[in-house]
Design a protein around this ligand. Structure first.
Ligand SMILES: N[C@@H](CCC(=O)NCCCC(=O)O)C(=O)O
Length: 252
């Protein structure tokens, strides 16, 4: 069997005043270190991509995190400068990519912004600034220059009894990192809650009835993934689905 291919979504942003398609190294490295697949970067080129053809070549999809927020018009809200930065090139890529990935039963692992994109694609909405809500935790990145602190565990999440995450991790609670300003407001129909923070914020979802692995998490399992036993289990589960997809393609 040839090596499976996992697409990893890129942001579109300026680097030295020039446009670039960029992906954090940790997203690529986690796929490389913790699965049998080779990662490749999916550029944020929207309608310039032949998305159905691209998905046919993939065996799995990782939707990455990003400092940029999903444009509010995708979930029926007015844009406001306080909700920036946006990355409309990424929205124009990831939202149709998720739809096509589902149609082609591709394993999907959605992380942070990717998790939020899943909710938006299914018709849910986001709260643009969680930390402005009374009675919610501050879910933003810890203010410390050390990445091990920024991506260190900061709050527990309760795993839904009988859910996919509880099954994968083998328990009912775990500690997660937290580097997001936004979060799920209205949960989309078609998504099942897999984990919640102590303040009730949804931290993980599964696509109900998906024919392959289709999980989104608000935290960052990709950060130093091989060193985190929970992250290893998550990538193992994703990998099993990627390999199964690859075998199905060969058999077809
Ligand atoms: N912009 C959204 C999503 C947050 C997110 O994905 N953070 C990741 C930051 C960088 C990284 O580690 O990839 C929000 O603020 O909620």
């Amino acid at each position: 069997m040839t090596t499976p291919l996992v697409g990893v979504t890129a942001d579109f942003k300026e680097v030295d005043e020039r446009p670039f398609h960029v992906v954090g190294d940790k997203y690529l490295r986690a796929v490389s270190d913790c699965t049998d697949a080779t990662p490749f970067i999916v550029p944020a080129m929207g309608h310039h991509l032949d998305i159905p053809e691209l998905v046919r070549h993939m065996d799995g999809l990782v939707l990455t995190g990003s400092p940029a927020n999903v444009h509010p018009t995708h979930y029926g809200h007015e844009p406001h400068e306080r909700y920036e930065p946006y990355d409309e090139a990424r929205d124009a890529t990831t939202l149709p990519l998720i739809r096509e990935a589902l149609a082609q039963k591709l394993p999907i692992f959605a992380i942070c912004r990717g998790f939020q994109e899943l909710n938006v694609v299914f018709g849910g909405s986001l709260h643009p600034r969680l930390h402005e809500l009374e009675d919610k935790l501050d879910h933003r990145r810890p203010q410390d220059p050390d990445p091990d602190v920024q991506y260190g565990p900061v709050h527990p999440v309760s795993l839904a009894p009988g859910g996919l995450l509880a099954e994968i991790l083998g328990r009912d609670e775990t500690m997660v990192n937290s580097l997001h300003n936004q979060g799920i407001d209205r949960l989309a129909p078609g998504l099942a809650v897999e984990a919640t923070a102590p303040d009730g914020i949804i931290e993980a979802v599964r696509i109900e009835g998906a024919e392959s692995f289709a999980l989104g998490v608000q935290w960052h399992p990709e950060y130093k993934a091989p060193a985190n036993p929970d992250s290893v289990k998550l990538y193992d589960a994703f990998n099993a689905a990627v390999l199964a997809r690859k075998r199905r393609k060969i058999a077809a």
